[in-house]
Ligand binder design. Sequence first.
Ligand SMILES: Nc1nc2c(ncn2[C@@H]2O[C@H](COP(=O)(O)OP(=O)(O)OP(=O)(O)O)[C@@H](O)[C@H]2O)c(=O)[nH]1
Ligand SMILES: [Mg+2]
Length: 180
Amino acid sequence: MNDSKIIFAGPVGSGKTTAIATLSDEPPVCTNQIATDMTKVRKSKTTVAMDYGTMTLDAKEKIHLYGTPGQERFNFMWDILTTNGLGLILLLDNTRRDPLNDMSFFLESFKDYINETSIAIGITQTDIAPLLKMNRYQQKLKQHGVSSAIFEVDARSFNDMSQLVQALLFSIDPGLEYSA
Ligand SMILES: Nc1nc2c(ncn2[C@@H]2O[C@H](COP(=O)(O)OP(=O)(O)OP(=O)(O)O)[C@@H](O)[C@H]2O)c(=O)[nH]1
Ligand SMILES: [Mg+2]
């Protein structure tokens, strides 16, 4: 797999598939299947393997976007997809019961990858459930020893998602620029 890739992770319904569809230059590849379990309560379809899209960096270089399945039972894909790459975008769904706990879970699950690369965090669905105080997220990040940009985003918004990608790229190399 190409080195110029970004991984999207986060719980079911946090907007990973939507974000890749929003950002991708080409129609994305997705592996959404009808949900047959608890996931169904939240939405009808869920990713079972991965999402894939691309975007152009610096008018020349392509960045490959990979979305992971949110369901833990597909977590073998998390390891497969986090080989190499530039960094991780963690999407958290603010309507879930405990988004701070979700953040801890994913920081822990992707710990090695985050240590080797970089991370940026987007909190979605804040139009439905009001955002917890941002400093609660910052404190939790600190407890994990992680430094990350963190924004309220809507995965359906190109502007929001490209801001998040830019923050990730900036944390890797302030010279990298994404030409939206
Ligand atoms: N209201 C609102 N809806 C959002 C926002 N961000 C994403 N969505 C919607 O939330 C849903 C997210 O679904 P997906 O993109 O399939 O979520 P996912 O993270 O890929 O989920 P899994 O593949 O099951 O892990 C979609 O219906 C989006 O349109 C937001 O900020 N506000
Ligand atoms: Mg998905």
